[in-house]
Design a binder for this molecule. Structure first.
Ligand SMILES: [Zn+2]
Length: 259
């Protein structure tokens, strides 16, 4: 295969042999691709800086459907500097890239998803709330795991003006008239239900900030985590880390003097 110019976001890297790196890049042209970057581990290698996670730019490489693909050079690149320096944004960005990695096969072209991932990272880079941005992606990516919950109305009667609960069994919302259909449904505050319907149809390229209060954020987190755990069966280490960060934060608020 000839060498191609690729727009990409570095997802991860790991050492390979003495001087080489294996670098996973989310490319616009070919989806997630694992590249061998020869010599990139050498301290003065030109590629070394450009293949760190959270770098993005224009890379040159050749993609092979069998065997290794090769990263040969970088044209220009930047790092998402704020994300790299901010503990929470970094954790969410790392998780988002890990989630995309499992949601798509290697060399599966992402189409519009690539722009949504890029828009998500750019909003985080601007300092916007990383949880809500990643929640939007999580809600939308459920479709990649064969789940497409109905968020904006009752799945049985279509009403949207009553109190809502989420039913895993029915794959969406149940209005108060239909809660009896699923005794295990998860009751939601009205505000949370409204936000779910809103977030599910947001195009991240077209928003600047999404302001959500901390109660609603906690509810959204809990519901989305439950769906990913129970139904998608996904248990990513990077998600676990975020959950621990929120747990520490909660304890600090409960016991301010102890800490
Ligand atoms: Zn109903």
């Amino acid at each position: 295969m000839p060498i191609q110019r690729l727009s990409g976001i570095i997802m991860s890297q790991r050492a390979y042999r003495e001087h080489d790196l294996l670098v996973k890049i989310l490319t616009k042209q070919a989806g997630p691709v694992m590249f061998l970057a020869r010599g990139a581990k050498r301290p003065r290698a030109k590629l070394a800086g450009a293949v760190q996670p959270l770098c993005h730019g224009q890379y040159l490489g050749s993609i092979h459907s069998h065997g290794l693909s090769y990263l040969t050079a970088v044209d220009h690149y930047q790092m998402y500097r704020h994300i790299a320096d901010d503990l929470l944004a970094n954790a969410y960005a790392t998780y988002l890239l890990a989630l995309v990695d499992v949601a798509f096969d290697d060399r599966q072209v992402l189409g519009g998803w690539y722009d949504q991932v890029k828009a998500a990272l750019e909003l985080m880079e601007k300092g916007r709330d990383p949880q809500i941005i990643v929640n939007v992606m999580e809600i939308r990516l459920l479709g990649r795991f064969g789940l497409a919950p109905v968020w904006d109305r009752c799945v049985i009667c279509g009403r949207s003006d009553l109190a809502m609960a989420f039913s895993e069994e029915f794959g969406g919302m149940l209005c108060a008239n239909h809660w009896s259909q699923d005794p295990r449904c998860l009751h939601l505050r009205q505000k949370t239900a409204a936000y779910l319907a809103l977030l599910a149809r947001i195009d991240l390229r077209r928003v600047d900030a999404i302001d959500v209060d901390s109660w609603t954020k906690a509810d959204l987190r809990q519901l989305i985590d439950t769906i990913y755990d129970d139904e998608a069966g996904l248990h990513l280490k990077s998600k676990r880390y975020i959950q621990q960060m929120h747990e520490w934060d909660r304890r600090l608020k409960l016991n301010p003097r102890k800490n």
